[in-house]
Design a protein around this ligand. Structure first.
Ligand code: ZN
Length: 367
C-alpha cells in the first residue's frame, strides 16, 4: 500500500485540506451522472484526489465523435461500454478508489436506490429530464447536487443544496420545450470547455467534502471561454419552489419525460424505415428540412425544402394540409418543435417527424 502522506503530500500541505481533509476525501462517496465531456474530468480528478468511492451512471457506449472531449476514452475504446472503460481507467489511476459502474439509464425507478449510497451527486448529464431527476432526488435525500452545463464555448456551474440554498427548480421551475435547447451534438462544443467546467465541478465537490472555501451554493458561475471571462449570478431560494419551498408539492420523484414533454409528439414520429417506404412509394408527401441558415440535411431527395424554425409562419402558408408533411432535422428535436409551432399556429394537416433525425437515418441507410 502506498504511503498516504506521500501520495497526497500536495493536498496535505494546503492549510484548507491538511491530513484531516484528505481523510475526509478517503471516506467520501461521490456519484457522477453521465460519463461524457464533463463526467470524464470529474472522475479523473476525484480519483486522483483520493476520493474513496466513485460511482458513475451511464448507459452509452463510446462513439468516435466522443473522443474530441471525453478524455476517459481512447481510440481503442470505440464501441465499448463507457462505464466499463471508465472503471478500468480509474482503477489504474488510483487503486485505492472503489469504483462502481452503473451501466444503465438513471430513472425514476432506480435513482433513489442508487443515490442514497452517496454523499454528493455530480450532474454531468446533457438533458433536462436527468437534470430535474438528479435535483429532485438529491433534495429528497438531502445531499448536494453539483451541476454544470456547457454550450459551444460557454459553461455554467452551480451547487444546488436545498438544505442551504436554491435547488435547480428554484432557478428553472419549468423545463424548456423540447427542441428549443440544442444538445452538444447539435450545436457543437469546444472540447477544452468541458475540461474546464468539469474540473470546476470536481473542485466544488472536493471543497464541499473538505469544507474548504466557499462553494457555489446560491450562486451560478457563467464562464465564457471564447473571451476568457466569467460572471457570477446570485440564485435565490424560491419560497414558492414546488420542491424545496415552504409548501412544496413534490414529495416523491415524478415522471420526468412527461414533465419535460419528451413524449408529447411521439405519435407523430416515424422511423427511418418508415420514411424510406414513404419516399419510395412515390406518395405525395411534403418533405421539409428544418435547418440553421448554413446547414442542409441531404436525403438525396429533390423534393425536400429547407426552412429555419424562424420561418415556420411563412411555411404554414405554403403547405397543403391535404398532403402529409414530413419534417426532418439532424437529431429529430427541431423537427418535433416545428410540429408544435405549426399546431400552435392552427395548421391542421397531417405531420410527421423523422425519429432520431438524419443523423440516425444516414447510419441506417449506409449500413
Ligand atoms: Zn427549489
Amino acid at each position: 500500500m502506498q504511503n498516504f502522506s506521500e501520495r497526497y503530500k500536495s493536498h496535505i500541505l494546503l492549510e484548507e485540506i491538511g491530513v484531516q481533509g484528505q481523510k475526509r476525501l478517503k471516506s467520501s462517496r461521490i456519484l457522477i451522472v453521465g460519463a461524457g465531456g464533463l463526467g470524464s474530468p470529474v472522475a479523473l480528478y476525484l480519483a486522483a484526489a483520493g476520493v474513496g468511492k466513485i460511482g458513475i451512471v451511464d448507459f452509452d457506449n463510446v462513439d468516435v465523435s466522443n473522443l474530441q472531449r471525453q478524455i476517459l476514452y481512447n481510440d481503442n475504446d470505440v464501441g465499448k461500454s463507457k462505464t466499463e472503460v471508465a472503471k478500468e481507467r480509474i482503477e489504474k489511476l488510483n487503486s485505492q478508489t472503489k469504483f462502481i459502474a452503473y451501466n444503465e439509464r438513471l430513472s425514476k425507478s432506480n435513482a433513489l436506490k442508487i443515490l442514497k449510497n452517496y454523499d454528493i451527486v455530480v450532474d454531468a448529464a446533457d438533458n433536462f429530464q436527468t437534470r430535474y431527476l438528479v435535483n429532485d432526488a438529491c433534495a429528497l435525500i438531502g445531499i448536494p447536487d453539483v451541476w454544470a452545463s456547457v454550450y459551444k464555448f460557454e459553461g455554467q456551474i452551480s451547487v444546488f443544496d436545498a438544505k442551504k440554498g436554491a435547488c435547480y427548480r428554484c432557478f428553472h421551475p419549468i423545463p424548456p420545450k423540447p427542441g428549443t435547447v440544442p444538445s452538444c451534438g447539435e450545436s457543437g462544443v469546444f472540447g477544452a470547455i468541458t475540461g474546464i467546467v468539469g474540473s470546476m465541478q470536481a473542485c466544488e465537490v472536493l471543497k464541499v467534502i473538505t469544507a474548504a472555501g466557499n462553494p457555489l451554493i446560491g450562486r451560478l458561475l457563467y464562464f465564457d471561454g471564447l473571451n476568457m471571462t466569467a460572471k457570477e449570478f446570485k440564485i435565490a431560494k424560491d419560497n414558492n419552489c414546488s420542491l424545496c419551498g415552504t409548501n412544496s408539492s413534490i414529495k416523491e420523484l415524478v415522471d420526468y419525460d412527461e414533465f419535460c414533454h419528451i413524449n408529447e409528439f411521439s405519435e407523430n414520429e416515424i422511423t427511418p424505415n418508415e420514411l424510406n417506404v414513404r419516399l419510395k412509394s412515390g406518395k405525395n408527401i411534403q418533405l421539409i428540412d428544418i435547418c440553421e441558415e448554413n446547414e442542409k440535411h441531404d436525403l438525396n431527395s429533390p423534393k425536400s425544402l429547407s426552412v429555419t424554425l424562424n420561418n415556420i409562419g411563412f411555411l404554414k402558408e405554403k403547405l397543403n394540409p391535404k398532403r402529409e408533411t414530413i419534417f426532418i432535422c439532424k437529431y429529430g428535436y427541431k423537427s418535433i418543435y416545428a410540429i408544435r409551432l405549426l399546431k400552435e399556429l392552427g395548421y391542421k394537416g397531417k405531420m410527421c417527424s423523422l425519429k432520431g433525425g438524419t443523423n440516425k437515418y444516414s447510419v441506417i441507410t449506409a449500413g
